[in-house]
Design a protein around this ligand. Structure first.
Ligand code: MG
Length: 117
């Protein structure tokens, strides 16, 4: 378990963005254009939905539906990282900013939600 001070100095999302950028430039030649990646993101989210519907939902499972949820979420993450890189988005900064906002905004909100008990 990391201490809070370690967490504040760690930039795991920036590290992932750099890793994907290096991979794209060496293995992938170049990024797909942003609209292609938008379509790919939608496709990957659909694959997550398929696994969810068959694993946790009421849809029956076929043998060829044995995709792994982690693999599909990983595909979503990969495309998100590509989109951030090609649009000059600092996803680490964006996440940190939103996480802080969410923490302040929802300080008591979820604790007071009786549905969560
Ligand atoms: Mg996939």
């Amino acid at each position: 378990m990391k201490h809070n001070s370690d967490r504040a100095e760690a930039h795991p999302i920036s590290d992932l963005q750099s890793r994907v950028d290096e991979w794209i430039k060496s293995v992938g030649v170049r990024y797909f254009d942003p609209m292609t990646n938008m379509a790919l993101l939608t496709e990957e989210v659909g694959e997550v939905a398929r696994v969810m519907a068959r694993t946790y939902g009421e849809q029956s499972k076929k043998k060829k539906d044995m995709q792994d949820l982690g693999e599909e979420l990983g595909d979503v993450l990969f495309v998100v990282l590509c989109m951030a890189n090609q649009t000059g988005t600092d996803l680490q900064a964006a996440f940190d900013k939103k996480f802080e906002k969410r923490t302040k905004r929802d300080a008591d909100r979820h604790k007071q939600n009786r549905k969560l008990r």
